[in-house]
Ligand binder design. Structure first.
Ligand SMILES: C[S@@+](CC[C@H](N)C(=O)[O-])C[C@H]1O[C@@H](n2cnc3c(N)ncnc32)[C@H](O)[C@@H]1O
Length: 247
């Protein structure tokens, strides 16, 4: 039978066939036909700033010379990483470091990362930096380096349940960015919340665009103090938490 897949298919170490994920562009926005959802809303940039970078205080931490370890769930188009890299380049003092680790079960090809990038010249240039280093296959663990090793990106192209073992135990900012919990249950399961807690530094920040009661309860049961914040765009609320926090 003819292979109708529009993308390359390979066999991972575990013997599973793997393909690059599928990306559609719908109304100008990157869209996943598998999850029937968009990767980001608005122009993307404001949303990333509002939901992830600001609540976890990344600009201040970079400016004060901290090493920040970001753990993301759901690499997708890479936009969250690119915005964090841009912020690092704009605000980091010389001692600052960014170690960013992210997992992805359906990685997009580098061609699709470029298609998905918002039409902002600075981001398109950052996307080219990423694509120059991007892994050649859609499975496995891939450490990438930027800015003379001051920024590292570890891409774990595995299901989140397998990927968590590759995360370090000192993550201090979590970006929970699976698709909506009702259509992407695996990304928000109680076991995943427990693994996040196990891999959190004291007082680690967690932020996510969703205000789902299931996610809030899961995080609380795992040891996070969680509060609702004003959401981005049409969303009334989102969640921000602190590991081991009081209150
Ligand atoms: C909302 S998108 C992420 C958007 C992304 N952070 C960005 O900047 O574009 C959610 C991502 O989670 C991935 N995903 C869904 N289920 C997964 C699973 N079980 N394990 C790992 N990744 C998964 C999807 O393929 C998708 O890329």
């Amino acid at each position: 039978m003819q292979d109708r897949s529009p993308v390359s298919s390979e066999i991972s170490k575990s013997g599973r066939a793997r393909e690059w994920g599928l990306l559609h562009i719908r109304d100008g926005k990157p869209y996943s036909p598998l999850f029937e959802d968009v990767y980001y809303s608005g122009d993307g940039l404001d949303e990333v700033e509002h939901v992830f970078l600001a609540p976890c205080g990344l600009a201040e931490r970079f400016a004060s010379g901290e090493r920040v370890v970001v753990g993301e769930l759901g690499f997708g188009t890479g936009l969250n990483f690119l915005c964090a890299l841009r912020m690092f380049r704009e605000s980091a003092s010389p001692e600052a470091r960014l170690d960013y680790i992210s997992c992805e079960r359906h990685p997009l090809s580098s061609e699709d990362l470029q298609r998905a990038c918002p039409p902002v010249p600075e981001l398109q240039s950052l996307t080219r930096d990423l694509c120059e280093r991007y892994p050649p296959c859609p499975f496995g663990v891939h450490p990438l380096s930027f800015d003379d090793d001051r920024v590292t990106l570890t891409l774990v192209f595995e299901d989140v349940a397998d990927a968590m073992a590759s995360y370090p135990r000192d993550v201090n900012a979590w970006f929970l960015d699976g698709f909506a919990p009702d259509r992407n249950v695996a990304m928000w399961a109680g076991g995943i919340m427990g693994a996040i807690a196990d891999r959190s530094a004291p007082s680690a920040c967690v932020s996510t665009y969703t205000a789902s009661g299931t996610v809030k309860r899961g995080l609380r049961e795992a040891g996070f103090t969680v509060k609702r914040h004003p959401g981005y765009g049409k969303k009334r609320h989102m969640l921000v938490g602190t590991y081991g926090g009081a209150g």
